[in-house]
Design a protein around this ligand. Structure first.
Ligand code: NDP
Ligand code: HSE
Length: 438
C-alpha cells in the first residue's frame, strides 16, 4: 500500500525532530499505523540553514501554501508557530479536506473553537497532543483514558523553560537571563521567550486542558496569568526552610460556583512528587472522581519528546482516516453539541493559602500591627519566621504563611499592610497549594 504522504510546515526544533523520529522508527510506525508515513514536502524560511534531520526525498520550498495545497499531501503538520499564518494555513488545509496535526498551543487556545468547527463540518481531524506538555500524552489520557470520570481539578508544571529556569536558579544559583539563554539554545523556549517567562505559554496550555477536562469552550482570555520573573532566590530559600518548593503551576479547578483557571508561581510541599519535578520535565496531577489522583510526568519540550507526540497523532490520524467522521473521538473530548459554557471565577474568588514576605522596622509592636490587620480581615496565620537581621540593621524581614483565604480578602489586607509606616515597599506574595486531594 502507498505510504500516507504528509506535508511539514516548519523544519525547526519540532519539525526536525519529527523527521528524525519518522525516519528512525519508520518500520515500527508503519506496523502500528497500518500504512507507512512519509514526509513528501516541507517548508522553511531559509532553505540554506543547516537542519537537525535528513532531507532526502523531501521536496523543499519556502512557500507554505505550496505544501498545504500539494494534492499528494493528505496530512498537514503545522510546526511553524504563531497564530496568524498558522491559522490561515490550518483553515486552508481543512478547507481542502486535509487532516492537520499541530504542536501549536497558541493556535489552539486562541482559534481552536473556530478550527474545530471548520474541521467538523469538513469531516477532517485536527490533532494537537504536542500542544500540551511536550512528550507527555496528557490530551489522550484526559480525553480517552479518563473518559469515565468527572474531572475535578488539574494542577501541572506545563512550561519546560520556566521549570528549567527555576530549577537551575535553585540548584546551581544561576542567573535568570543566563538560564533563559540556554533554554533558547536547547530549543525549549518559544520564538518569543516572554511567552515562557510571563506564563502566557502555560496559560495557552491550561485553556486547552480545561476545555477537554470540563467540556467547555476554549477560553484563553479567562486564564489569570503570572510569570516567574518575580521569583527571587531569597523566596526560594525561605520556601525551602518552611518545607516547600516554588513551582510555576497551571491550575484548573471546577467548583460549585464556577471554574477557576490560573497560572502563577506556587509554593507546594516538598514531599509531593510534583515538587520534585526538575529541569525541562513537566508533570500534571489530575484529580478525577472515580480513579482519584493520577500523575503524568515526562519531558515538556525539546525536539524528539515533542516529536513523539506529533508522530503519535499522525498514527492516530492514519488509523482513523477511513472511519466515519461522525464516529471519531471528538476534538475537545466532549461531543460538540454537549460542550457548554460554565461560569468562570475571577482571581478574586479563588481561595488559596499565601506566603508573604515583607520588610519591617525592627522594633517591638510591628509584628502585632501586621497580625492585627490580617486578623481583622479574617486571615489566620500558620507560621511566622523572622530571620535574624544583619548586625546594626534597622529593618527585618518578616515571612508569613497564611491559611486559605479568598484573594479579595488578601488584597484588602495587603493594601493596609503596605500603607503602614513600619513596612517598606511592596509585600511579596506567592500562593500556596497543598495539592492533597481536596
Ligand atoms: P522553530 O522556530 O524551531 O521552527 C519553526 C520553523 O518554521 C522553522 O523551520 C522556520 O523556518 C519555519 N517557518 C517559520 N515561519 C515560516 C514561514 N513564514 N514560511 C515558511 N517556514 C516558516 O520552532 P519550534 O519547532 O520550536 O516550534 C514549532 C511549534 O511547536 C510552535 O508552535 C511551538 O510552540 C510548538 N512547540 C515547541 C516545542 C519545543 O520544545 N520547541 C514543544 C511543544 C510545542 P527557518 O528554520 O528557516 O527559520
Ligand atoms: N516553550 C515551551 C516550554 C515548549 O518550554 O514548555 C513546549 O510547549
Amino acid at each position: 500500500m502507498e505510504p500516507v504522504k504528509i506535508g511539514l510546515l516548519g523544519l525547526g526544533t519540532v519539525g526536525g525532530g519529527t523527521v528524525n523520529v519518522l525516519t528512525r522508527n519508520r518500520e515500527e510506525i508503519a506496523r502500528r499505523a497500518g500504512r507507512a508515513i512519509a514526509v513528501a514536502r516541507a517548508c522553511a524560511r531559509d532553505l540554506h540553514k543547516p537542519r537537525i534531520c535528513p532531507l532526502e526525498g523531501i521536496a523543499l520550498t519556502t512557500d507554505p501554501i505550496a505544501v498545504v495545497e500539494d494534492p499528494e499531501v493528505a496530512i498537514v503538520v503545522e510546526l511553524i508557530g504563531g497564530t496568524g499564518l498558522a491559522r490561515d494555513l490550518t483553515l486552508t488545509a481543512i478547507d481542502g479536506g486535509k487532516h492537520v496535526v499541530t504542536a501549536n498551543k497558541a493556535l489552539i487556545a486562541l482559534h481552536g473553537n473556530e478550527i474545530f468547527e471548520a474541521a467538523r463540518s469538513r469531516g477532517v481531524m485536527v490533532a494537537f497532543e504536542a500542544a500540551v506538555a511536550g512528550g507527555i500524552p496528557i490530551i489522550k489520557a484526559i480525553r480517552e483514558g479518563l473518559a469515565g470520570n468527572r474531572i475535578e481539578w488539574i494542577a501541572g508544571i506545563i512550561n519546560g523553560t520556566g521549570n528549567f529556569i527555576l530549577t537551575e536558579m535553585r540548584d546551581k544559583g544561576r542567573d535568570f537571563e543566563e538560564v533563559l539563554d540556554e533554554a533558547q539554545r536547547l530549543g525549549y523556549a518559544e520564538a518569543d521567550p516572554s511567552f515562557d517567562v510571563e506564563g502566557i505559554d502555560a496559560a495557552h496550555k491550561l485553556a486547552i486542558l480545561a476545555a477537554i477536562a470540563f467540556g467547555k469552550p476554549l477560553a484563553f482570555d479567562m486564564v489569570y496569568t503570572e510569570g516567574i520573573r518575580q521569583v527571587t532566590r531569597e523566596d526560594v530559600q525561605h520556601a525551602e526552610q518552611l518545607g516547600y518548593r516554588i513551582k510555576h503551576l497551571g491550575i484548573a479547578r471546577r467548583k460549585e460556583q464556577g471554574v477557576e483557571l490560573r497560572v502563577h508561581p506556587t509554593l507546594i510541599p516538598e514531599r509531593r512528587l510534583i515538587a520534585n519535578v526538575n529541569g525541562v520535565m513537566n508533570a500534571l496531577l489530575v484529580m478525577a472522581d472515580a480513579v482519584g489522583p493520577t500523575l503524568y510526568y515526562g519531558a515538556g519540550a525539546g525536539a524528539e519528546p515533542t516529536a513523539s507526540s506529533v508522530v503519535a497523532d499522525l498514527v492516530d490520524v492514519v488509523r482513523t482516516m477511513t472511519t466515519d467522521p461522525t464516529h471519531r473521538v471528538p476534538h475537545l473530548a466532549f461531543q460538540p453539541d454537549a460542550i457548554s459554557n460554565l461560569p468562570m471565577l475571577s482571581i478574586d474568588d479563588c481561595e488559596t493559602a499565601y506566603y508573604l514576605r515583607m520588610l519591617a522596622e525592627d522594633r517591638p509592636g510591628v509584628l502585632a500591627e501586621v497580625a492585627t490587620i490580617l486578623g481583622n480581615a479574617g486571615i489566620s496565620i500558620e507560621a511566622v519566621v523572622q530571620p535574624e537581621p544583619p548586625r546594626g540593621a534597622s529593618q527585618a524581614k518578616l515571612i508569613m504563611l497564611s491559611h486559605r483565604v479568598f484573594e479579595r480578602q488578601m488584597n484588602e489586607a495587603l493594601a493596609q499592610i503596605e500603607a503602614l509606616e513600619s513596612i517598606s515597599g511592596k509585600v511579596t506574595r506567592i500562593r500556596v497549594e497543598q495539592l492533597d486531594g481536596d
